[in-house]
Write a protein that binds this ligand. Sequence first.
Ligand code: NAP
Length: 449
Amino acid sequence: MSDRAVRIAIIGAGPSAFYAAAALIRQEDVEVRVDIFDRLFAPYGLVRYGVAPDHARIKSVANLYEKTASDPRVRFFGCVEFGKHLTLDNLRPLYDMVVFATGAQSDRSLNIPGEGLAGSMSATEFVAWYNSHPDYVDLNPNLDVEGVVVVGVGNVAMDVARILAKSHDELKVTDIADHALEALKESKVKNIYVLGRRGPAQAKFTNPEIKEFGQLEVADPVVKPEELELDPDSQKAVAGDRLTRQNVEFLREYASRGAGDKARKVHFRFLVSPVEITGDGKVEQVKIERNRLVSTQGGYLNCEGTGEFETLDAGLVLRSVGYYGVALPGVPYNKKKGTILNDHGRVLDDEGELLPGAYVVGWAKRGPTGVIGTNKKDAEETVALMLEDVKNLRRVGQPQDVAEFLKTRDCTPVLFDEWQKFNIAEIERGKPAGRPRVKFNTIEEARGS
Ligand code: NAP
């Protein structure tokens, strides 16, 4: 029994799944067979459904994942949902090891009054909508509004603010969802307010992302010089870190430009927090409070309200304050962090004991931080532990092939060959308009093509 290949199931087909699969097939000590499952019909997770459509270069990493998926030791099964078609108990007799690569599918909330009003949503939903995620095709964000508030100053906030700020000409050459391209063409948005609760030196966006706002066709960045003033702790942070310094320098340059003459404005605001969203059945205004920074014992600069308020007119609020992982049925969960309970990638049960044969990679392991490439090292750490554990692994006897099992679950998976046909068809659909691809929104649309 031990001379057969080790069978490994990976749940989720985003970047961390493919980095784990690549690490597993790259090593030569243990012969492996890897099956990757995703509840969506298309592989690549956040590369397809998260990365902004105008960031085509970042998406090219999918070529590497395609190489991994094309290896004869690796199979892809799309349209297979963990918890519905397969559970951990189902997987146990089919696989020797299971790796969770399920990311962080939800988002954090603001917990302020009015957050539930129509027109208040998470940036993750908005991103999923413009990226053709099957679950968000019908989101229909109201763009018949002049003001939009984006809460948070991370890179997701930058993505949604930029997509809202770009012209039709800038967007029509991307792989943005057709429904979003049409809706954004008719957009009435004039003012996009991006709110940082702390100061410019604490902003989480990276240099290329803030730089892009200085080069948009129909939108000017607007920054209040007084909101760039740095307290002594922030001055130290700026002096000690080149990337932080560059962020602040971009903002200072925008502040020096004044308001500009383009039709749209992206207002970067700092040291302000939304405290209430108001409106008659829908978002109409956002009340914000000015903050001050306070130094905590650990050196972290926190913010606290000053009791000074201001109101912004806005018909749409996108909260972009971080992703959050949801619990998977039957899988131990760390509610505080929104991750699967684990020790460096080995899954732990609720008592902190190792759950044999179960592993986790990516955002489901460490939380929603880092860029796509961060998941490579993260996945390799877990794979190294898997290879260490394989020596003592009790392999399952005569496992049934999962393809047979899925037949009993009323599930017709999308295999990699079929995905490749969809991929080619999407690229063909884009050619007449000079776009990299026109995505299928749903499996029904893809199979009907
Ligand atoms: P993030 O980088 O953690 O940023 C979250 C932002 O929300 C921070 O500015 C944070 O402020 C703020 N925030 C949190 N709670 C808040 C609250 N209650 N009220 C107001 N503001 C609040 O998260 P993200 O933007 O979702 O990005 C997730 C990861 O994906 C990041 O590692 C990011 O770099 C990566 N990503 C990369 C790209 C790219 O490379 N182009 C694109 C998208 C995403 P505090 O700092 O004060 O907590």
